[in-house]
Design a protein around this ligand. Structure first.
Ligand code: GSH
Length: 204
């Protein structure tokens, strides 16, 4: 399988972490590319020209990080990224992390092209408010989160998505995560950062 990606995309990192947690890295060829330059090799496989895209062994090109994660999860039953017994809770928390990731990415790109004025528009304000609400809700939830033990079979999709989203906010919008503002999330993320799949995929 081929995974089209770059080193700063939170969506691509989500997929890479999922693949590592599923022990699929040996079957994954990483194709580094620049979607913003309409990389020819990326356009050749998917018209969206966005990363990540996974091209499967039988030549199907799947875009959208969560769809790719779903595909990888289905390749091997165990370990499961979305254990059936807790699917609703896992997907609900995945959606919180994914929303944070999308809003953070949207803010980053809007600032890159329009400067800080982008934050003042309707969409900019909505993104900032959504991130604030998401961080406060995640902070409440983090009180109950257990840090995965080193031997834990695999991270779940919610753990992967929330951790990558927080890492991305810290990477691109660090002012949204001032030290001490979200102590529960901070402690959880600090422990999650030790996970080899997160170490191996750090933003560069
Ligand atoms: N919803 C998509 C988002 C993918 C996305 O926005 N990728 C960015 C890089 S982080 C991209 O390729 N942007 C190029 C563009 O929008 O033209 C997913 O979950 O995979």
């Amino acid at each position: 399988m081929k995974l089209f990606l770059n080193a700063t995309s939170p969506f691509a990192r989500l997929v890479r972490v999922a693949a590592l947690e599923k022990n699929l890295q040996a079957s994954l060829e990483l194709v580094w590319c620049d979607p913003w330059a309409n990389a020819a090799e990326l356009l050749a496989v998917h018209p969206q020209a966005r990363i990540p895209v996974l091209v499967t062994e039988d030549g199907q090109a799947i875009a959208e990080s969560l769809l790719i994660a779903q595909y990888l999860d289905a390749l091997d039953a165990a370990p499961s990224l979305v254990p059936a017994s807790e699917a609703a809770a896992v997907l609900a928390e995945t959606s919180l992390g994914y929303g944070l990731m999308e809003a953070a990415f949207g803010t980053t790109i809007a600032r890159k092209h329009e400067g800080r004025a982008a934050d003042q528009g309707l969409m900019g304000q909505r993104r900032l408010a959504a991130m604030d609400r998401a961080l406060r809700l995640l902070e409440q939830k983090a009180v109950a989160w257990r840090v995965p033990e080193a031997g834990q079979a695999a991270l779940r999709l919610d753990q992967i998505t929330v951790a990558v989203a927080l890492e991305y906010v810290g990477f691109r919008l660090p002012e949204l995560l001032p030290a001490g503002a979200y102590p529960g999330l901070e402690a959880w993320l600090q422990a999650m950062r030790q996970r080899p799949s997160l170490v191996a995929t750090a933003f560069a």
